[in-house]
Ligand binder design. Structure first.
Ligand SMILES: C[S@@+](CC[C@H](N)C(=O)[O-])C[C@H]1O[C@@H](n2cnc3c(N)ncnc32)[C@H](O)[C@@H]1O
Length: 471
């Protein structure tokens, strides 16, 4: 390929991309950068790479532009059971230990494939779990899979693969979990396909951990062959967010080529045969506590609001004996209880979180945001019917509550009730028009109206693909 970009142009582009997407293009990768922009130019309606580069530099990148660029500047390459040794560590050590620990404590597992591409990675985990826990009906297992590229996510949700995706797969895989189609492609069996939830998430822009995107209280995060495209500064930022997304004892799995002594200092590196994985240890450098969250759930609460030890399972330290002096207003009381619920939910202590939330509702029944918070926690517990009720309650109190419509749309989608899902997504889109693009939505932990509009549009686009027997 002839070089079309001047050094100055390559440098400006790589600075822009690093700042807005985290993607890293040092001088030795400028050829890749030019190749990617050449491939992306038609999607931006530009005749050639150079004019496309100038257009991109003329104004801050939009979310759409970032998504298009990411899909051309990173490699969408993946296959089942890629990096076998990491999967062996998962199958032989990490998952059995987790399953043993949780079998008598909540029967709950939460795994996130971050940068899942076309789905081979999260489906590999779903198949491992199917072998390790053949009867999952008493378990609450979340398998979240996210990517920046909506086209990859659509393909992932279809679950249909060519022979090349199986190039490193164990022998039992195709026979046990796939149906061969007439076109010689392989279709994943529905019971495995349905166990993975796909969602659009950009590490460099979106907010996580967050109850809203279900990216909190994870036991395992796989983020493999993604961080290699990011600058070291961005890898550190992403790693810090992952640290906060994990429960104590949770694991971060990166690719063997991405392990580093310097980039994941908050984790304990643990060596398995052929793989080094990162563990969040209790008492490790504590994650930044989000604004408004108490350091301890008990710190901001008056005595009258303390949960009995039997519920928390924690030993509540003795506190100054001035109970009668504080008479918080309903609102203050509710806010303190909600913060505590949030804090517990972020740590994966969901039964406690629900109990605090119910107390908050008892303190102030008319606040829609508390019902919404309860719904997100119930949903995490797999209590979808109760979550729907809580969201309907929130919408009864505040019919223009955009995030409640969005959440209800997602819940209905997961229940296969596509018509209702569509209605709630349209309601949310219509309500978003009353906000400016950059406005941070209430209760969203930092999500802008523009970004939510894009996320919903991408789900709406994928609906026809997901709705063979739509309701
Ligand atoms: C090479 S694939 C890795 C797939 C899989 N994790 C594996 O190891 O086989 C890299 C994926 O990272 C995604 N990606 C790149 N930048 C991203 C970002 N900023 N946020 C989320 N995903 C991103 C790409 O869209 C692509 O699907």
């Amino acid at each position: 390929m002839n070089k079309a970009f001047s050094d100055q142009l390559s440098m400006s582009l790589s600075d822009l991309l690093s700042a807005q997407t985290g993607l890293h293009f040092p001088q030795e990768r400028w050829r890749d950068l030019e190749r990617g922009i050449t491939a992306a130019a038609p999607a931006f309606g530009m005749p050639d790479a150079e004019s496309c580069a100038h257009r991109l530099l003329s104004a801050p990148l939009t979310h759409h532009q970032i998504e298009v660029l990411a899909s051309h500047l990173t490699v969408g390459e993946t296959y089942f059971f890629r990096e076998k040794m990491s999967f062996e560590a998962l199958e032989q050590h990490i998952l059995p230990e987790l399953i043993r620990a949780r079998a008598h404590a909540g029967r709950r597992l939460r795994i996130w494939s971050a940068g899942c591409c076309t789905g081979e990675e999260p489906y590999s985990v779903a198949m491992l779990l199917d072998r390790l826990i053949p009867d999952q009906k008493d378990w609450n297992i979340t398998l979240l899979a996210t990517d920046i590229n909506p086209a990859f996510l659509r393909k992932a949700a279809e679950g249909v693969y060519g022979e090349w995706s199986f190039r490193s797969a164990p022998d039992w895989l195709q026979a046990r979990y796939f149906r061969r189609r007439k076109d010689k492609r392989f279709e994943l069996l529905p019971h495995i396909r349905k166990r993975v939830t796909f969602a659009c998430l950009n590490f460099a822009e979106d907010v996580y951990p967050s109850l809203m995107t279900n990216t909190n209280a994870m036991d395992v995060i796989l983020c493999r062959n993604v961080l290699m495209y990011f600058s070291p500064a961005w890898v550190k930022k992403v790693a810090q967010n992952f640290h906060r997304s994990l429960v104590d004892g949770g694991w971060l799995i990166v690719s063997p080529t991405e392990t580093s002594n310097s980039l994941f200092p908050q984790f304990k590196a643990t060596t398995f045969p052929g793989a080094v994985l990162y563990r969040k240890t209790k008492g490790a450098e504590s994650p930044a506590v989000p604004a408004g969250h108490p350091i301890s759930p008990f710190d901001s609460l008056p005595d009258t609001l303390r949960m009995p030890e039997a519920v928390t399972g924690a030993s509540v330290q003795s506190v100054a004996a001035e109970p009668a002096a504080i008479h918080p207003s309903h609102q203050e009381e509710r806010d303190a209880l909600c913060r505590t619920a949030h804090f517990c939910a972020d740590q994966g202590r969901l039964a406690e979180a629900t109990a605090w939330c119910e107390k908050a509702i008892a303190a102030d029944k008319l606040d829609p945001t508390t019902h919404y918070l309860l719904a997100t926690i119930l949903q995490e517990q797999g209590e979808n019917d109760r979550a729907v009720q809580a969201l309907l309650h929130a919408l009864y109190l505040a019919p223009d509550f955009v995030l409640a419509h969005f959440a209800l749309g997602n819940l209905r989608l997961s229940q296969g009730r596509h018509r209702e899902a569509r209605r709630h997504f349209s309601n949310a889109q219509a309500l978003l028009h009353t906000h400016t693009q950059d406005e941070i939505l209430p209760e969203s932990e930092g999500l802008t109206a523009g970004r939510l509009g894009e996320i919903i549009a991408s789900v709406q686009l994928s609906l026809p693909h997901l709705t063979v027997a739509s309701g």
